[in-house]
Design a protein around this ligand. Sequence first.
Ligand code: SF4
Ligand code: SF4
Length: 233
Amino acid sequence: MTGFQPFPGAAFDRCGLNRQHVFDLADLPPAVAATLGDTAPFRQLILLGHAGKALWDCVKAAGAGGEHPIDDFTVRSIERCFAEHLPASRFRLVYPGDHPVGLQRLGTLAGWHHASPFMVGIDPEWGTWYAYRAVVLADTRFRPFPAVNRSSPCTSCPARPCITACPAQAMADGSFSLARCSVYRLQPDSACTATCQARLACPVGAAHRYDVDQLRHSYSISLQTLRQIHRPS
Ligand code: SF4
Ligand code: SF4
C-alpha cells in the first residue's frame, strides 16, 4: 500500500482511547478474521483501547451515565473522530457489538497482551490497567502499525505477590481456577465484589491503577454476569 494517510492518534488520545493499533485486514490470521463477520468493503481494522485513568476521566467529564457509560462514550468519541478527522472514510464498529471478536488475540498480535496468572492481560508499561474498547473496520489507508515488542513482566517476577494476595487461592494449583474465583466473588462478604485483590497486589504499572469508582464500575459488570450464570434455576 502506498500514499498512507496520517493516523489521527492525538484525536483518539484526547478521548482517552490512548492505545491504538492499525492492521490491514488482509494480514490477519484467518481464525481472527473469521470472528469479524463480513468485512467488505473495508480494508483495515483499528483496535482501540484505554490504558490507565484517562478514559474514565473523560467519561466523568462528559457526564456520561446509563448502563454502559464507557461503551456509549467510546462509540460517540469514535464517531466524532471520524467525522472531524476522517470525513471521507467509511467505517463500522464490530466491537462493542454482537460479534464474538477475539479481542485478546488481536491484543496479542498488537503486542499488548501477555496473560497474567489471574488471566487479565499485562504489559510492562501499563501493568494490567488497560482494556480493549473498540474494534473498527474502515476503508482507511493508514500505514499498518508494527507490533509492540515487550516481554511479559511476569517472567521476571519471582515473588508473584498476585498469587498469594488472592483470597480464593484461585492460582494456588499453578493455573487459574475461574470456578474458585467466581464462587469467592459471589460470597456476601467477598473482598472481590468490586475489585480483584490479586490485580491490586501487582506492582507493575501501579501508577496507572484505576481509582475506586472505575474499579467498582468494571467489576460490577463482571459480578452481574456471574450472578446471572450462577442464578439458581
Ligand atoms: S505480581 Fe508478578 S506474576 Fe503477578 S501479575 Fe504482577 S508481574 Fe505478573
Ligand atoms: S477477583 Fe479475587 S478471587 Fe478472583 S482472582 Fe482476583 S483476587 Fe482472586
